[in-house]
Design a protein around this ligand. Structure first.
Ligand code: SF4
Length: 249
């Protein structure tokens, strides 16, 4: 049975909405959602930042990695490298359901025909299951990535879970500086110009470096995988422009 938070979502949203990165994470991990919060990480180009901040507080916080079966081998290696670097003790590599793949993607080419359904099978459904038992999850989304992410609040509620976005207001320059200051390892594909890294079939280096995510599902209308598409009735008012759709993963 899902845990019912003691405090109404609206109260928690107001309490946490103005806390900066580390304070927000500490408040979520040690107070508001103690034992009921997970990090969701793609182990992509900028993932080391949030993981380092979380590990400073508690390296045993569960980290969910959606192991879609379509990642670059470099991403899987980088995942293991970061686990060692930060001493993460509870990284959960979550795979799609075997029965779903057998029924709808037996030859692994669904992404060529229907990226929406492929993401549902390989990302949305596994994450939904993995988040059972948690009240909140941490994302690494940033406003400077643009498009649907431009108006993200620090914390939001989608009707079932809180989503905590501790570095939502970080700039590209601040992220770069933190990589240098903390001597964080880089995802190997950043050397090839990749700025946002997801599944191999749907990721390429961006043609326009000012559009960080333009190498994702390039040439199609799709810009997000769908894990954030649920309605957010309790999102803090004024945190994003009214009428804008929810940002994605
Ligand atoms: S990003 Fe591409 S390969 Fe990965 S789950 Fe989505 S459609 Fe499938």
């Amino acid at each position: 049975m899902k845990h019912q938070p003691d405090v109404a979502p609206e109260i928690l949203l107001k309490r946490f909405q103005d806390l900066p990165d580390r304070k927000l994470l500490r408040a979520a991990i040690e107070e508001g959602f103690k034992g009921r919060v997970a990090v969701v990480s793609s182990f992509g180009a900028e993932s080391a930042i949030v993981l380092s901040l979380v590990a400073e507080i508690d390296p045993s916080v569960p980290v969910i990695f959606l192991d879609t079966g379509k990642h670059f081998p470099e991403t899987l290696d980088y995942r293991d490298q970061l686990i060692d670097r930060f001493g993460l003790t509870d990284v959960r590599s979550v795979k799609p359901a075997v029965v779903d793949l057998a029924q709808e993607d037996p030859d692994g080419t669904l992404w060529q025909r229907n990226t929406v359904r492929c993401c549902e099978l390989r990302k949305v459904a596994p994450l939904s299951q993995a988040l059972e038992g948690f009240d909140a999850w941490v994302t690494g989304r940033k406003r400077f990535h643009g498009a649907l992410r431009s108006y993200l609040p620090r914390i939001e509620h989608d009707g079932t879970h809180f989503k905590i976005n501790p570095i939502v207001d970080w700039s590209a320059e601040k992220i770069e500086q933190s990589f240098d200051d903390l001597n964080l390892p880089r995802h190997p594909l950043t050397e090839d110009g990749f700025l946002s890294i997801g599944c191999a079939p749907c990721t390429q280096a961006p043609l326009d470096e000012s559009a960080v995510r333009s190498g994702r599902w390039a040439g199609s209308q799709k810009t997000e995988c769908g894990i954030h598409d649920r309605p957010a009735p309790s999102t803090v008012p004024n945190a994003r422009r009214p009428g804008t759709p929810l940002p994605g993963c």
